[in-house]
Design a protein around this ligand. Structure first.
Ligand SMILES: NC(=O)c1ccc[n+]([C@@H]2O[C@H](COP(=O)([O-])OP(=O)(O)OC[C@H]3O[C@@H](n4cnc5c(N)ncnc54)[C@H](OP(=O)(O)O)[C@@H]3O)[C@@H](O)[C@H]2O)c1
Length: 260
């Protein structure tokens, strides 16, 4: 039985980048989508152009409690088979130049929103006999590097959360997949927070050089269908960094200290 065709899949961050590519590919495979992000107009246009029937659930994940409570009412009578926690915001600022509230904002969207939405859906999945919770973490959740101290902290945390959730839900037939992309060519750098909380507002050569959002989404869908626990997507150094970190942590520390 297909894990995608005819299933209801909630994708957060569906207005751009990896989430948008996921929505396009999942709809093409026959999924019914719940599309979330802040940009309601983009989500409505997306829902209208995708094949199939889809629901728009505009949500601001910078306040995870409010977001979970809005989603709870909205999804009351909807069976969600797969939750894809994809929405996220990156960072481009040195720790010494980053104000504390920026760290909190990065944790709200990249960590607490994942906890909030997963806790909302997990009991329903247990009650319905199964489901999948997928979280788009990052290679930055495996290897710390410059200008990402808040983002990396949140992504390390979310990988730990997913490991625990997987252990706790396995016997309930709820599959938990953690995705760690390396560089992907999206708006992530443009939307990244700087030290005072403003957005960077420009592209980043590393991301521009990364794999496409479409390729990343393709690999994520293969991993969902194969029931994988964790995957690393990407190319070059960003793809091999997690393995190198395990085998030669000293070398990785020297490389990241040299890179700008
Ligand atoms: N691109 C990469 O190189 C890369 C690498 C590793 C991991 N990732 C992870 O992949 C995920 C997707 O990122 P992307 O690269 O596709 O970036 P992106 O193009 O900037 O898209 C981010 C998505 O998150 C949504 N979002 C941001 N803030 C939100 C908020 N407060 N509430 C609700 N939705 C919000 C955005 O929608 P609205 O602005 O409409 O709200 C947008 O749809 C993120 O978790 C990111 O950390 C990306």
């Amino acid at each position: 039985m297909s894990k995608i065709n005819g299933k209801t899949i909630w994708v957060t961050g569906a207005s751009s980048g990896i989430g948008l590519a996921l929505a396009e590919q999942l709809a093409a495979k026959g999924a019914n989508l719940v599309l979330s992000a802040r940009s309601e107009d983009k989500l409505q246009a997306l829902a209208e152009r995708l094949p199939g029937t889809h629901i728009v659930l505009p949500i601001d994940l910078s306040d995870p409690e409010q977001a979970a409570s809005k989603a709870k009412g909205f999804l009351q009578d909807i069976r969600v088979d797969i939750l894809i926690n994809n929405a996220g915001v990156s960072q481009r600022s040195l720790a010494l130049e980053t104000e504390l509230p920026v760290y909190r904002d990065l944790m709200e969207i990249n960590y607490f929103s994942v906890v909030g939405l997963s806790k909302l859906l997990a009991p329903k999945m247990v009650a319905q006999g199964g489901g999948s919770i997928v979280t788009i973490a990052s290679v930055a959740g495996k290897v710390g590097s410059k200008r990402r101290s808040g983002y990396s902290g949140a992504k390390f945390a979310v990988i730990g959360f997913m490991d625990c959730l997987r252990a706790e839900l396995a016997h309930h037939n709820v599959h938990c997949l953690t995705v760690c992309p390396g560089f992907v060519h999206t708006q992530i750098a443009h939307n990244a927070l700087t030290g005072d909380g403003s957005t960077l507002g420009k592209a980043d050569p590393d991301n521009a050089d990364g794999i496409s959002a479409e390729e990343c989404a393709r690999q994520i869908i293969v991993a969902i269908e194969a029931g994988k626990d964790e995957i690393v997507t990407g190319k070059g150094l960003s793809k091999i960094a997690p393995l190198l970190q395990r085998l030669m942590p000293g070398l990785v520390r020297r490389i990241v200290a040299k890179r700008d």
